[in-house]
Design a protein around this ligand. Structure first.
Ligand code: SAM
Length: 239
């Protein structure tokens, strides 16, 4: 992923004045880097396998004592104390496939923040050109497997514009010594996206005040014609 994206989130974690939570912490790419730089982090993820990868990364970096990991859904995590910052990076709100599920998550996030706390997340900006690219079959990488054979990694997406969702299909071809196909394995991932007006509405309905919407991780103000991302910074009111 982009270095600017990593800097954007890690800087926000380090600047927060109080507990910092990353939802969908995954393998700890961002959270462990922030912990390495002194930040106490709470990481939430539904997947025990991802939490295990995160724990292993934190162990290797020698920062396991700065990381609290919770296995929970975006809509149902419970914090020991209200957070100063909750982040949901890498388009991960898109793992929730309906508007209702996203609404529930954003309301829950609002409830888990302390007054004045912030919620930061990003989502895709979907343009016809981007959809065309997603629909193409792309060879992502070639590499050697553990057994020494050659492997090819492919990806394409089935896009359903009406429901603002896609099924990402990834497959790995392992080749024999004579370069014929030995084994093919598929993986599937469903993702959805919000259009910016929906994102604004969900945030405001949950009680957030929108501080900023950026169009990239350089903090360029969002403009529909040029934005690469939609990056929202929202604040829970001080009571
Ligand atoms: C794309 S990864 C992002 C990892 C990390 N935040 C990063 O930026 O590198 C999304 C993560 O969200 C987790 N996830 C997906 N749906 C979830 C849900 N409903 N509740 C909690 N975690 C979820 C997945 O297990 C995965 O680890």
């Amino acid at each position: 992923m982009d270095r600017l994206e990593q800097a954007f989130y890690v800087d926000a974690y380090l600047a927060a004045d109080g507990p910092v939570v990353e939802l969908g912490v995954g393998d700890g790419r961002l959270a462990v880097e922030a912990a390495r730089r002194g930040c106490a982090m709470v990481g939430v993820d539904l997947s025990p396998a991802m939490l295990e990868l995160c724990r292993a990364r934190a162990d290797r970096a020698g920062v396991i004592d700065r990381l609290t990991l919770l296995q929970a859904d975006f809509r149902a995590f419970t914090l020991a104390e209200p957070a100063a910052l909750i982040a949901l990076p890498y388009h991960s709100l898109g793992h929730l496939l309906t508007l209702d599920a996203k609404r529930e998550a954003i309301r829950h996030i609002h409830a888990q923040l302390r007054p004045g706390g912030r919620f930061v997340f990003d989502d895709f900006v979907v343009t016809p050109e981007r959809l065309d690219r997603l629909r193409q079959v792309q060879l992502r990488a070639t590499y050697r497997t553990a057994g020494g054979g050659e492997a090819l990694l492919w990806v394409t997406s089935l896009v359903d514009e009406a429901s603002q969702s896609m099924r990402v299909v990834t497959w790995e071809d392992e080749l024999d010594a004579d370069n014929s196909l030995h084994r093919r394995r598929y993986r599937f991932l469903s993702l959805s996206w919000l259009d910016p007006a929906e994102a604004r509405q969900l945030l405001e309905q949950a009680g957030f005040t929108i501080e900023s919407c950026y169009g990239d991780f350089d903090r360029t103000p969002f403009a529909a014609a040029t934005a690469a991302e939609q990056i929202w910074v929202a604040r829970k009111e001080m009571r």
